[in-house]
Design a protein around this ligand. Structure first.
Ligand code: ZN
Length: 178
């Protein structure tokens, strides 16, 4: 399903991915992840159309892959089931970028920041999450490269379901009670 196509060539892959994720924030159904890829084209970088697999978690970008793909981008929805994880790249996200030698961009619909994970520059698995069951998983922080502003009325659905932990950005260790 093509929600839109950005008919523009950008100077950098950051510009292309950030523009695409800002558009994703505006047009994608916030209940489903959506995303796309950035390709190197004559004169710069271009974003693919946005697609969604119509699933809360995961979007299959396989149809877009080719030798000219340099980056991928996707949204993380914000629900009570993933609020502790939405602001991080998942193990699958980080593995895909490492395996494909691409840069990942992710927009969290919880904190509205756009993050970038470059396997050649950023640490992987630098966030430890401890479950009360004793299970431990590791997520990837990447670093923030942009953010999406939105009007208070558009954010009502987020604030209704999510309570941010005060001081969260400084916390390197999360505890998840489930
Ligand atoms: Zn992800």
């Amino acid at each position: 399903m093509n929600l839109f196509a950005l008919a523009a060539v950008f100077a950098t892959m950051d510009d292309a991915a950030i523009a695409a994720l800002k558009h994703a924030a505006a047009v994608c159904d916030p209940r489903y992840e959506c995303g796309g890829v950035v390709r190197r084209v004559a004169g710069g970088f271009e974003a693919s159309p946005l697609i969604s697999s119509k699933k809360p978690f995961g979007v299959d970008l396989g149809e877009f892959y080719g030798a000219d793909v340099v980056a991928d981008f996707h949204t993380h929805i914000c629900s009570i089931h993933n609020v502790a994880f939405a602001d991080f790249f998942s193990p699958a996200d980080a593995m895909a970028n490492q395996g494909l030698h691409t840069v990942g961009y992710m927009l969290s619909l919880c904190d509205w920041n756009i993050r970038r994970y470059d396997p050649t520059q950023d640490d992987r698995d630098d966030e430890e999450v401890d479950f009360t069951s004793g299970r431990v998983i590791y997520l990837t922080c990447g670093h923030i490269v942009g953010w999406v502003g939105s009007a208070p009325e558009e954010r009502g659905w987020v604030e209704a379901t999510v309570v941010r932990r005060p001081g969260k950005p400084a916390a390197l260790k999360l505890s998840v009670h489930r």
